[in-house]
Ligand binder design. Structure first.
Ligand SMILES: [Zn+2]
Length: 222
């Protein structure tokens, strides 16, 4: 099955699940309605019998006989819809593409994730911390990750001569390495990332070490 077919089937499943979910909610209401009516009939039958009102109890008996099949019918219909909801949920899970696993160990890669729209190269140890922070609710995206010497030189020249963003001298930036404590990222919402990093995180926000480079994160903060 191609990716496109999978996506098509997944969308169909989402629509069908919503349809069955609606049905299930509706049938549950019917089921509860008739069940409550049956319970009331049982209650009054017992009470009438306790009072020795046999005739009234007989009427309740007839009600119970009529309500029983209705309860049974709506419970069955509700269970059927509920089963369909679960079935489609399971299928949607199967068809939803899994995010690629975060590589363990050192090195770097290009994370395929919503938080990396510019497809930057990022050190693996930093990716692990970003994934954790994202799952804790961090907002923002990577603006800059691993750089080559010439990329760093270009940014430094922009900074030095053309009023560009803060950039270290080529050859000295943590953006040029990826083995901890080297490796760096610039993040669009640094306060949010800083606030959602997992306990024991190694990534330091420049601001938190008094280094004036607002979006910058690295092992040392520089
Ligand atoms: Zn930076």
């Amino acid at each position: 099955m191609t990716t496109r077919q999978r996506e098509r089937e997944r969308r169909l499943c989402v629509v069908r699940r919503a349809w069955w979910h609606d049905k299930a909610a509706n049938r549950w209401q019917h089921f509860q309605h008739w069940k409550a009516a049956g319970d009331r009939a049982h209650f009054w039958k017992r009470r009438h019998l306790a009072r020795g009102e046999v005739k009234a109890a007989k009427v309740n008996e007839e009600q119970i006989a009529k309500l029983g099949p209705l309860v049974h019918k709506w419970e069955g219909k509700w269970r059927e819809a509920d089963h369909e909801v679960r079935r489609y949920s399971k299928r949607i899970d199967e068809l939803t593409p899994k995010p690629p696993p975060v590589p363990s160990g050192e090195g770097w890669h290009v994370p395929i994730a919503a938080w990396n729209p510019y497809r930057r190269k990022v050190a693996n140890w930093i990716v692990r911390e970003i994934v954790a922070a994202k799952s804790r609710g961090a907002r923002g995206v990577v603006n800059s990750g691993l750089r080559t010497y010439s990329e760093q030189k270009y940014l430094w020249e922009l900074f030095k001569y053309h009023g560009g963003n803060v950039a270290a001298y080529p050859g000295t930036s943590n953006h040029e390495g990826y083995v901890y404590p080297r490796g760096a990222v610039d993040w669009s919402d640094p306060q949010s990332l800083h606030g959602h990093l997992p306990p024991g995180h190694k990534l330091k926000w420049a601001e938190s070490v008094g280094f004036a480079d607002w979006p910058h994160f690295s092992g040392t903060g520089h």
